[in-house]
Design a protein around this ligand. Structure first.
Ligand code: AMP
Length: 258
């Protein structure tokens, strides 16, 4: 099942029967031809951020969430919260997370379905780290299909592997709000605090060994989503050397405002 992106021609697709019965075009999803920001007073904004671990999904997800006043749904943050609470789900998820593997789709779908029922998701949401498998993407399609009025954008953060490792070495997160902090030379994570006052900690899976394994899972299970979504995806590449956050954000905003 394929979700129709902003920019398609609804006249061409309404109730159209295609020869690809398994992937019909969805007549229920409304397309907005004007800017994403202005459009869609009524349409529910759904932004999918694809990309490898450390590609910046969390950082840019937060900034986009602020701009459009819609929540960022990070399945990784939800799982870390469950691990911290030592809930049944957290205990089960922990072993997958620590090894760099993916948590089973069934658990992830439960988390996601529960989260989008919350009131703050009524105007839309940003998906950071979900979907991560074709199976999750297919189930997401089924869920979105039920909504009559969706404005969908899919952004792929395509970042060179060396840059991903360099970012990992430099990265701490806030123990309270999960915000990511790039720790510069001379900056002391022991004494520095997050803006919310929380302590800065290293993520348990932020070691070169676990990152290598996470990248392996990413390449096998998540990268195929770029092909799955095909031309609906807008690519934001960071190649050669890292780019400043504001520069990358500018490129993302241009895509969202198109
Ligand atoms: P993240 O914070 O998005 O990098 O996620 C941290 C870890 O949580 C991942 O390495 C996976 O083990 C797990 N995880 C998060 N989201 C998903 C997902 N959509 N599917 C499977 N596992 C996930």
């Amino acid at each position: 099942m394929r979700i129709v992106p902003i920019g398609f021609n609804p006249l061409k697709t309404t109730m159209q029967k295609t020869s690809f019965q398994e992937k019909p075009i969805l007549p229920t999803l409304k397309c907005d031809t004007v800017s994403f920001g202005a459009t869609a007073n009524q349409a529910k904004k759904v932004i999918i951020l694809l990309g490898a671990p450390n590609s910046g999904k969390g950082t840019y997800g937060r900034k986009i969430a602020e701009k459009y006043a819609i929540p960022q749904i990070s399945t990784g943050d939800i799982l870390r919260g469950e691990v911290k609470k030592m809930s049944k789900l957290g205990i089960e998820a922990k072993r997958y997370m620590e090894s760099g593997g993916l948590v089973p789709d069934e658990l992830i779908m439960k988390i996601f379905q529960q989260r989008i029922l919350e009131k703050d998701c009524q105007r839309g949401f940003i998906l950071d780290g979900f979907p991560r498998t074709i199976n999750q993407a297919e189930q997401l399609d089924e869920i979105l299909k039920k909504d009559k009025n969706i404005a969908l954008k899919i952004i792929n953060l395509d970042v060179d592997r060396d840059i991903l490792f360099a970012r990992s070495a430099n990265r701490y997160i806030c123990a309270d709000c999960s915000k990511t902090h790039a720790v510069k030379e001379g900056y002391n994570p022991e004494t520095s605090k997050c803006d919310c006052g929380g302590k800065l900690i290293k993520r348990a899976d932020d070691t070169p060994e676990v990152l290598a394994s996470r990248l392996d899972s990413y390449e096998k299970q998540t990268l195929p989503l770029v092909d799955y979504y095909g031309e609906q995806v807008s690519n934001v590449g960071v190649y050669g050397k890292d780019s400043p956050v504001d520069e990358i954000l500018g490129r993302i905003n241009k895509i969202l405002e198109k």
